[in-house]
Ligand binder design. Sequence first.
Ligand code: ATP
Length: 254
Amino acid sequence: MTVLEVKNLKKIYRTRFGGTQVQALSCVNFSVEEGEYVAIMGESGSGKTTLLNMLAALDKPTEGEVYLDGKPLSSIKDKNISEFRRDNLGFVFQEFNLLDTFNVKDNILLPLVLKGENYKAMMQKLMPIAKDLGIAPLLEKYPYEISGGQKQRVAAARALITDPRIILADEPTGALDSRSTDELLALFAKINQKGQTILMVTHSVKAASRAGRVLFIRDGEVYHQVYRGNMSDEQLYQKISDTLTILATGGDRR
Ligand SMILES: Nc1ncnc2c1ncn2[C@@H]1O[C@H](COP(=O)(O)OP(=O)(O)OP(=O)(O)O)[C@@H](O)[C@H]1O
């Protein structure tokens, strides 16, 4: 089943007074099946953040459409967008985006609080996720009392607690040291094995090598895709590195 479909997506940024235009996305097409783990790579300025913003309904495309479970995002009224995002999408960012005045538990529960769920229902969802992600002993601590790797686990728990249709991750390992990176990638692999659909933008070959498919964006288009097939993480790592070299040297995609 297709969860996400991106059709002929184009984004042109215009400066305020109609001056210069930047074509950030020229024509992006791809779809993501339920349970897939997709990484998106591309050089700085290739349009990855722009794409993620469209997928998250944080910005509107100039042309084209994004469909979640067949529903066009453009059909959602502006006043319902936040609710739609909260109910269907889970976000994990490079900078964790945790609230320092909330403890870990309240940070994780925030999307459910905003939804108006009752305390008992919230706790029933919290405990299995906290145990699964190894953060149960941290629930009463504050973000400034825990490590970067632990913060990212908390952010992942917050993303998972609403049981989202898809997790959108933007450079989730960008602020982590190598050990925490390994732990987070193992965690993402585990939640994907349990059926969670993940789409991750990353510069890291290591992070991308854990995905099932890697999309390469160049000049605002999906230029190439690599499927894991039967490849091990190491083999996929090598294939991604080779592809990036070809892209950087302007070679042919095949
Ligand atoms: N709000 C904006 N207004 C005008 N131009 C923009 C805006 N946001 C991005 N751009 C331009 O659109 C292009 C794509 O930017 P985008 O941030 O999507 O790239 P990226 O692949 O995410 O880069 P990075 O890896 O450095 O984060 C760039 O040329 C950028 O300068």
